[in-house]
Design a protein around this ligand. Structure first.
Ligand code: ADP
Ligand code: MG
Length: 361
């Protein structure tokens, strides 16, 4: 059996696996041996995990340029950009006039858990899938210096916690678990079969950690799926305030760290092609008992949300189930070919459409 025949079989069994859907045996066999080895690392996760949605993780920023014929069709398929259309990612943070408050949809939506994050990778390091243990430790050191600076900012002062064994700021045991349960810190990645295959969770927990502001509404993850996940998180309904908090924090933090990997075409470079472009995911934890068939049926909610360009995740993040009373995570699916402001607008419009559906059923 060759890789190409394996992938053909995978395509028939798992049409949702975008890597399998777009893999070209001709393109692959035309590559030099070294490049074939690089491609095999990129698609390993999709091969090992037939149920992958994307099935590929970039290992180096240049992968997107070097292997365009492999990755570009997958990227377009996920982000719904037709083959003929030019991709030239634009950024726009000029906030949103109408996507202001969830309370404008319904009074009942005044206390929703809101989160918006962007992924960023520092250009001078390999992407997480290809980092060595030494890279991970060095990367964290560079970030700790930046956080020491951020601590001097009145609005963004806070604390850094590290998972690196023996660190001066070590977070472990129950203290770590409490942060995970509060959705502030990321889960133990070593149990994630997708990240394991992509090399992203290697050397766990070295080089991993998080910065959290004193108000606990601005958080930076170090060493998860991307080098950095920078986010604002709040309870309430004011989407504009949430967005503004991320915008200002991101601007201040970016000034303290080395340059991020960015391409004219694909915008911010991320490990997973689903995150390219804005690398932004804006999400709400909404209780939708009717659309989840009484509280548990994530697939029913996915079908409803898809019509409005939204993805559905469980309440514990990707690959988890719905929470008590049908609480699910909804977020606009596209991150490439849309601006940051448009994503917030899509979240608002999508939440409104889903809420109308939920309350009339
Ligand atoms: P991402 O890939 O955007 O970081 P994940 O699905 O990996 O998101 O989830 C990461 C964490 O963020 C999980 O603990 C998840 O429950 C939490 N989370 C996501 N959206 C929200 C939200 N709106 N409110 C609270 N927690 C959230
Ligand atoms: Mg994630």
């Amino acid at each position: 059996m060759t890789v190409a025949t394996d992938i053909l079989a995978l395509r028939l069994d798992h049409p949702e696996n975008l890597m399998a859907r777009h893999f070209s045996a001709d393109y692959f066999s035309g590559l030099a041996k070294d490049d074939q080895a690089r491609v095999l690392k990129i698609i390993k996760s999709g091969l090992d995990n037939p149920d992958s949605q994307m099935g590929a993780y970039a290992q180096h920023s240049v992968d997107y340029d070097d292997f365009g014929p492999l990755l570009d069709p997958m990227i377009r398929d996920y982000h719904k950009i037709s083959a003929g259309v030019d991709i030239a990612q634009k950024h726009d943070w000029s906030a949103t006039a109408s996507a202001c408050s969830l309370e404008d949809i319904d009074e009942a939506l005044r206390d929703v858990s809101m989160r918006v994050r962007v992924g960023r990778n520092v250009a001078s390091f390999p992407l997480p899938g290809a980092m060595t243990k030494a890279d991970r430790i060095e990367f964290e050191k560079v970030m700790v210096k930046a956080f020491e600076n951020l601590k001097n900012d009145a609005d963004f002062c806070g604390a850094y916690y590290s998972l690196t064994p023996g660190s001066d700021f070590e977070l472990k045991g129950q203290a770590y678990q409490t942060r995970v349960d509060a959705h502030q810190m990321f889960k133990d990645m070593s149990g994630d079969r997708y990240l394991n295959s992509g090399g992203i969770s290697s050397d766990w927990p070295y080089g991993r950690g998080m910065y959290i502001s004193a108000a606990e509404d601005f958080i930076v993850w170090v060493g998860e799926e991307d080098h950095l996940r920078i986010m604002a998180m709040k309870r309430g309904g004011d989407l504009a305030a949430l967005f503004a908090r991320l915008q200002v924090g991101l601007e201040k933090f970016s000034a303290l760290v080395p340059a991020f990997a960015h391409s004219e075409k694909y915008g911010y470079i991320t490990s997973c092609p689903t995150n390219l472009g804005t690398a932004m995911r804006a999400s709400l934890h909404m209780a939708l008992p009717n659309l989840t068939g009484g509280g548990q049926d994530l697939d029913a909610a996915k079908a409803a949300a898809q019509k409005f360009g939204l993805s559905v995740r469980g309440v514990g993040g990707e690959h988890s189930g719905a929470g008590q009373g049908g609480i699910i995570d909804i977020s606009p699916s596209a991150r490439l070919g849309v601006t940051e402001s448009e994503i917030m607008q899509r979240l608002f419009d999508g939440a409104k459409a889903l809420w109308l559906l939920e309350t009339k059923t």
